[in-house]
Design a binder for this molecule. Structure first.
Ligand code: ADP
Ligand code: MG
Length: 701
């Protein structure tokens, strides 16, 4: 049989099982069945004995004989079959609730069986329900045909309840893959020969068989490596091909001039010298902007590393070349804050900046839009409001997107369409993206990193405390506040019901106020239920130093900039993810004074919570934190990755297979540099044709 054959023609399948395979696992062809990989193998040569079973044994293999078969009625038309299974050391009871007739006919006394399954202790007696059972090798009966010689390793597959009900448990699936492997015809190779030999990879046919039925542990590993390689290779090919062809075909504006706006700002307006990292990144962006290709660049840098300033200066470059520029932020608070920052920094320069957010009055909005369309407004800062269809630019040349995870792919695509020649795009994120992820998901984006904080900043000191030490935490806070500093208390959103969250917050407020009584101390409270103007009012009071303490939910995660705040207490810190803790902590340490972050948790923590807290206490490096986050959670939970395809990987893991990720990335890179249209690789060209439809993301990031 060959891979494209309909699964229904495989011996042992038939129409009804084919239907179950299709609905449960989306398997329609023999090839899809072969690509349904076992998640583990049982080593049949490693036998356990009944006497040595423990609660921790897990899946085991035993060899012995059966006796004392009994059927009992356990309800209307429901029976239970029990059989004693014994080896030299003891007896265990096998139990069946289904397929009883078949088992009863098949089991024979005085025959050595291999029994595989997970034993459980029931009233002091070991039991195993619905075990896998087979005649021990050398004693196979005529009704268990063996086309392929029995291997040492038995594949174990994930199955669903519905599959089990239809006779498609893991053992049944193994029989199907065994049959298929024994009659498998030609399997086309998908990877170039030179790649196979360079990395000593197994051929595709051999690998597809060996991953189910390996002859040794080494062969299994080699098969897995080959198939992981293939998976990552095509992922890289898709992303990098999209990137390369965009570079070939999509012309970008050429910003050749460095003009008055940029120069004047650089010479006269920046109150401090740029950091080395800022200079380097501006240079990288400038190179892109005058290359004639459209820029798609990701700018990573921790909170406070000075990304906004870089964005502003690049916008001035766009202005110098006669274009307009815009900055899109995820929230109104953040957009508004950027707007005032820009106004302040551009003060005295002849540049018109406008803020376009949902809450601008309709009449004002109309005027702003007219000015944008007429080209009178040179810089526009806004939220989603920017991408509405009725916002027309005269000539949009440069787009900055802040905190990209909050924007969907589609929204970015709409910005793209706002100009005949696509604008250069700079995506800024303060959530560092681990290296392996960046190599895959953003394989088609160029990457710049600001890995240096402005001088004079001290890393925030982070401590873990539990309830008994709260009084000490409070007295430490008192000292800081009495010395003129300010502090945050942050509460997680725990409940589905916002009212309950609010109650936690109000309880917290009461506790804080008890310790810090009015009128000597003033406390602000901010949460998601407040109206925008109430929120802004409370934020302002805190910003102006009229309140000493801000009790808040995670609404302060982005966009609060109060350099005088030096302490952040995070309550129930075990409830927050690492990325969020890191973002929160970024709200302190923004001034010249030493800042502190105190993580309050309950006493006993789960392993991963404890690991998160340890990570936070041991580093302030966003990249290290992101790597730890990826390790602890796996890529499935990372924000913004839903559409990325990285989640569809069957075998490879971008966490554990970093060397393979790097190898495939480099290989594809060199390949495309040598042969951008893949003219010497018809197989790869065919793959590209097939996957083009799926590659929306690559075009519009
Ligand atoms: P980010 O956007 O990366 O979070 P910002 O651009 O908002 O960081 O910068 C944080 C603060 O640091 C701002 O107050 C900004 O004015 C200041 N800043 C930026 N670059 C420098 C620099 N080179 N030297 C000193 N301070 C800087
Ligand atoms: Mg910022």
């Amino acid at each position: 049989m060959i891979l494209t054959d309909d699964i229904v023609y495989l011996k042992g399948v038939g129409p009804s099982k084919a239907k179950v395979l299709a609905t449960e696992l989306d398997i329609h062809t023999c090839g899809q069945l072969l690509e349904y990989f076992p998640f583990r193998h049982i080593d049949r040569s490693v036998m356990t004995t009944v006497a040595s079973l423990t609660e921790e044994s897990g899946y085991v293999v035993l060899r012995g004989t059966v006796s004392n078969m009994q059927t009992a009625s356990i309800g209307p038309r429901r029976e239970r079959l029990t059989v004693d299974f014994s080896d030299a050391t003891g007896t265990l009871q096998l139990v069946w609730f289904q397929g009883i007739k078949w088992v009863r006919e098949k089991l024979k006394p005085n025959v050595q069986y291999l029994v595989m399954g997970k034993p459980t202790l029931f009233n002091g007696q070991w039991q195993m329900s619905h075990p896998e059972l087979e005649v021990s090798s050398g004693e196979r009966s005529a009704d268990s045909p063996q086309q392929v010689p029995p291997t040492k390793f038995l594949p174990v597959y994930n199955t669903t309840d519905r599959m089990k009900q239809h006779g498609l448990g893991t053992r049944a699936l193994a029989r199907l893959t065994e049959t298929l492997c024994s009659c498998l015809g030609n399997v086309p190779e998908t990877l170039p020969d030179e790649l196979l030999s360079q990395y000593h990879l197994m051929g595709r046919r051999e690998a597809l068989i060996a991953i189910h039925y390996p002859e040794s542990q080494q062969q299994l590993e080699a098969a897995r490596t080959r198939l992981k390689f293939e998976e990552l290779f095509f992922l890289q090919l898709d992303y990098q091909y999209a990137h390369a062809s965009r570079q070939l075909h999509s012309a970008g504006r050429v910003f050749s001039a460095v003009g008055d706006h940029f120069n004047l700002f650089y010479r006269e307006k920046i109150p401090f010298p740029l950091t080395g990292a800022q200079k380097r990144v501006i240079k990288e962006i400038r190179e892109d902007m005058r290359s004639g290709r459209q820029m798609n660049r990701l700018l990573q840098g921790d909170v406070g590393s000075g990304k906004t300033l870089v964005a502003l200066m690049c916008m001035l470059l766009a202005l110098d070349n006669g274009c307009q520029a815009c900055l899109m932020a995820p929230t109104e608070i953040l957009a508004t804050q950027h707007y005032y920052t820009f106004l302040r920094m551009l003060d005295g320069l002849d540049i018109r900046v406008e803020l376009l957010i949902g809450s601008v009055r309709p009449a004002d909005k109309k005027v702003i839009k007219e000015c944008i369309a007429a080209g009178e407004t040179q810089i526009v800062i806004g939220t989603h409001a920017l991408i509405e269809d009725d916002v027309q630019f005269r000539d949009l040349g440069f787009v900055v997107i802040d905190e990209q995870h909050r924007f969907g792919v589609e929204q970015r695509a709409r910005l793209w369409g706002k100009s005949a020649i696509p604008p250069h795009i700079l995506v800024m994120t303060a959530t560092p993206i681990p290296r392996t992820l960046a190599m895959t998901v953003y394989g088609d984006l160029d990457c710049s990193v600001i890995d240096e904080l402005p001088p004079g900043r001290h890393p925030v000191l982070t401590y873990h405390r539990t309830e008994p030490r709260r009084p000490l935490v409070f007295s430490f806070l008192k000292k800081q506040i009495d010395a003129g500093r300010q502090a945050y208390f942050v509460y997680p959103l725990i409940h589905d019901n916002p009212k309950l969250d609010l109650r936690d917050l109000e309880d917290g407020l009461e506790m804080v106020q008890n310790y810090f009584p009015r009128p000597q101390y003033q406390v602000s409270m901010v949460h998601g239920q407040l109206r925008p103007e109430e929120k802004a009012f409370e934020m302002d009071r805190f910003k102006q130093g009229k309140t000493h303490i801000m009790v808040a939910t995670t609404v302060i995660e982005v966009g609060v900039d109060v350099p005088n705040a030096t302490v952040m207490v995070i309550e129930n810190a075990e409830r927050f993810g690492l990325a969020q803790l890191h973002q929160l902590r970024g709200r302190v340490g923004r001034g010249a004074d030493q800042s502190y972050c105190i993580l309050m948790t309950r006493d006993r923590l789960s392993h991963t919570s404890a690991e998160r807290i340890r990570t936070m206490c041991s580093t302030t490096d966003g990249f290290q934190i992101a790597e730890a986050d990826l390790r602890l959670r796996g890529p499935g939970d990372m924000q913004g990755l839903q559409q990325s395809g990285v989640l569809d990987l069957k075998l490879a893991s971008i966490v554990d297979d970093e060397p393979l990720v790097a190898a495939t990335r480099n290989y594809v890179h060199d390949l495309l540099a040598k042969d951008p249209t893949l003219s010497a690789y018809p197989l790869l060209q065919q793959h590209i044709e097939r996957s083009k439809n799926k590659m929306l993301w690559g075009k519009i990031s």
